[in-house]
Write a protein that binds this ligand. Structure first.
Ligand SMILES: [Zn+2]
Ligand SMILES: [Zn+2]
Length: 91
């Protein structure tokens, strides 16, 4: 009996202190992502995307689509891909 009570208290405590992994604000509406078996909680879809989406190697924009992969780097479009190459050639 005591064990069950303790478990419920822990559960409540966890709910109170749950914070968005991206911005740190407390979570009212859960947006939970499961990636490779790990659980990630966020307060909004935007925060979830910001946290997990790749960013353009040149302009740091969040890449929602497939993006352009070039020599191990990812870019949002061809312009950034070309600029990124020029930057990386500068010694
Ligand atoms: Zn957030
Ligand atoms: Zn870009």
């Amino acid at each position: 009996m005591e064990g069950i009570m303790q478990k419920e208290n822990e559960k409540e405590k966890k709910k109170e202190t749950e914070k968005c992994l991206n911005c740190g604000s407390s979570i009212e509406k859960d947006y939970i992502l499961f990636i490779n078996g790990a659980e990630y909680s966020f307060d909004s879809f935007e925060c979830a995307v910001n946290f997990v989406a790749p960013r353009c190697s040149h302009c740091q924009s969040v890449i929602f689509g497939t993006g352009l992969k070039d020599a191990g780097e990812i870019f949002c479009n061809t312009t950034c891909s070309e600029k990124g190459q020029i930057v990386s050639m500068v010694p």
